[in-house]
Design a protein around this ligand. Structure first.
Ligand code: F3S
Length: 652
């Protein structure tokens, strides 16, 4: 039987298991990436594993989420990360050099290789034919130590693209269209493989916008095959020799095929406050817009910003609107500047930001209260922009720029009709550069150029909390939450909180504060307890702090109707038992109920038990399910992955 692209790459990297959907497989990892908010914990965990050197072909540490060095804590973190990269043999990308996914794509992503990253948008270089997966930091530390990465073999879904994008419809609209159709849960347990004549027409930046947004579908990864466009793009980055041909066999079998006719697409937005709240732009026409931001890991490439620059040539940003451009990488900034586009945009009234995640997680450019912000980002979860009652729309750079010009949401096709001389920008490569494309890796320190001698830890860098075994018998339902609770709800990533990412004792004070600000103190007073949630608990980022901090507060188990993939793995990694409950049970449980798990959980975890009986207020009972592989059970029984790996090492 023929193979899909995914199966071909996995076959080449398989060290355990079989490629049967739903079965756990272990795969070899070629490259890892980590960023500043997750990276400090990755390296502290790597240190705790007593390993000397990174074992993967390549490891890269980026500083992108919190690059503004407000006080010594962020700067200390960056210095620690640089020292860890140097000590253990990883590349270090300095703060300001750009967002991990853009910079990794430019410098290291390679077709046919596996990439594991401690950031949920790690699948971005799938547009170049790399099989890239987001995971928790501890999984990255273990992979860097040479250990396989374990994941449930996903179903491979064929997204068959036909036709060609019409004027003013973009790759962002392809992704938004899928989100509207499939929802934020539509990709769970799946890898999306983009094929067909429509896929061949898309440029590499367009493909990576789509693979980036696959994360919002909940997908394990997203990937395109490779072709002349891939080869050409790699050549422009001086990396032509890394090209390999990748396509599915003609008789490859997919779990499902989704047809998308690109000809049918139109400009779309994701309205507040979920990426799947998708509608045609025309539905919101006339809405006042106070802020527009073009950039991020989704639309921060040179080719994403160029359309905005072209649309603004000879025009001005509306007086009632602020427009910010935040390129995804310093290379993109530099190319725009060298070609004069930065000056054009500045003259039009654009405010330029350094290449950083920043505004995407509420660090800088927080919208005014009760105002609309249009962003080319990938997430618009409530409060993520830095203000609780935000109103963030996601869209393409073209739609964002049209709004900047008019001060209100407008379909760019209507604006073009009205203005008469506004042409659809199209996507040209930078003509001045030809091969080489203006590649800039001056802010990347290679392992050979390392400048630190050993780890440099400032006072804000704490220890990794370790747990020895599990002792789970239930407790008070300290919090009952709704569907789609994100890791932003569990541990917010705003600047005032993020600076404690290397100090778990302090950071845990903010656990679930966006849901209930008394939670952390109540958990400490009660000496731990359990959490109750609806569907898709823990969606969003790969942030392992969202499991680490609850563990620190003594949370033993989470009862949820379903769990997001990376967060569920993080719960195992930190010794918290993820137990699935049905809708009826969820409805019946109240916050404050006493939930006693009647069965012996440690014994059941060891013996492969899948069902556990719990008793509520000594009154009624329900059954919760544990869906865990043998390895996940061992990890739970050890109290978490760090203890498990250490035990394996100690035991020889
Ligand atoms: Fe950064 Fe936002 Fe992407 S935080 S990695 S720009 S999703």
């Amino acid at each position: 039987m023929g193979k899909t692209i995914t199966e071909k790459i996995l076959d080449d990297h398989l060290v355990e298991g079989e490629l049967t959907p739903g079965e756990e497989i272990g795969i070899d990892i070629d490259q890892v990436l980590t960023q500043d908010t997750t990276g400090t914990m990755v390296w502290l965990q790597f240190e705790a594993l007593d390993l000397d050197e990174v074992q993967t072909e390549l490891a890269a540490q980026y500083c992108d989420h919190q690059t503004y060095q407000f006080d010594f804590k962020n700067t200390d973190d960056h210095r620690f990360l640089r020292s860890a990269a140097g000590t253990y043999g990883a590349y270090f990308s300095r703060p300001g050099n750009g967002i991990c996914h853009q910079v990794h794509k430019e410098n290291f992503a390679a077709p046919g290789k596996t990439l594991l990253g401690s950031d949920s948008h790690t699948p971005t270089p799938g547009g170049l034919g790399q099989l890239a997966i987001g995971a928790g930091g501890l999984d990255i530390a273990v992979a860097m130590g040479g250990g396989p990465y374990y994941v449930e073999m996903p179903e491979v879904v064929n997204v068959h693209l036909t036709g060609e994008l019409p004027e003013w419809a973009t790759a962002k609209d392809v992704a938004l269209h899928l989100l509207g159709e499939l929802t934020v849960k539509g990709g769970v347990g799946k890898i999306f493989e983009y094929t067909g004549p429509g896929a061949e027409k898309l440029t590499i930046p367009e493909r990576t916008t789509i693979t980036n947004l696959g994360t919002e579908l909940g997908a394990t990864s997203s990937i395109f095959g490779t072709d002349e466009k891939t080869k050409d793009w790699l050549a422009r980055q001086d990396r032509e020799e890394e090209f390999v041909e990748l396509s599915p066999d003609e008789d490859a079998e997919y779990a499902e095929t989704i047809e998308v006719d690109l000809d049918e697409l139109e400009p779309l937005v994701a309205a507040p406050s979920m990426p799947d709240n998708v509608a045609p732009v025309s539905e919101y026409e006339g809405t006042d817009v106070e802020q527009v931001i073009v950039g991020s890991c989704t639309n921060g490439a040179y080719e994403d910003i160029l359309p905005a620059a072209k649309m603004l040539e000879g025009r001005e940003v509306a007086k009632q609107t602020e427009m910010i451009v935040a390129p995804g990488s310093k290379q993109a900034s530099e190319m725009l500047a060298r070609e004069g586009w930065t000056a054009e945009m500045m003259a039009a009234g654009v405010n330029f930001s350094e290449a950083t995640c920043g505004a995407c997680i509420g660090i800088g450019h927080v919208p005014a209260s009760d105002s609309v912000s249009l962003r080319t980002f990938n997430r618009n979860f409530e409060g993520r922009s830095g203000i609780e009652d935000d109103s963030v729309f996601l869209c393409s750079p073209e739609v964002a720029t049209a709004a900047a010009i008019t001060g209100e949401i407008v379909d760019p096709r209507d604006l073009a009709d009205e203005l008469g001389d506004l042409e659809a920008p199209g996507l040209e490569m930078g003509t001045k550069y030809g091969p080489g494309m203006g590649k800039d890796d001056s802010d990347i320190i290679s392992p050979d150029e390392a400048i630190d001698d050993g780890l440099v830890k400032g006072p804000n860098i704490g220890d990794v909390p370790l747990k020895d075994g599990i002792d789970v018998d239930g407790g008070e339902a300290l919090l009952k939450m709704e569907d789609n609770i994100t890791t932003d709800h569990i541990i917010p990533a705003t600047a005032d909180i993020l600076k404690f990412r290397s100090n778990i004792e302090k950071l845990s004070e903010f656990t679930l504060s966006r849901v209930d600000d008394t939670f952390a103190q109540r958990a400490l007073d009660a000496d731990g307890g359990v959490l109750v949630a609806g569907e898709n608990y823990g969606q969003g980022s790969s942030r392992e702090h969202a499991a680490l901090c609850p563990m620190y507060l003594g949370i033993e188990a989470v009862f949820a109707q379903s769990f997001a993939r990376i967060h569920k793995a993080n719960l195992f990694n930190f010794g918290i038992v993820p137990l699935a409950i049905d809708a009826e049970t969820y409805e019946k449980i109240d916050q404050g109920d006493d939930i006693e798990i009647v069965d012996d959980v440690p014994a059941g975890v060891n013996s492969g038990e899948t069902e556990f009986t719990a008793r509520v207020n000594d009154d009624w009972e329900f059954t919760a399910e544990l869906d865990a592989s043998e390895r996940e059970r061992e990890i739970l029984a050890s109290g978490g992955k760090l203890s498990w790996v250490k035990q394996q090492h100690d035991g020889g």
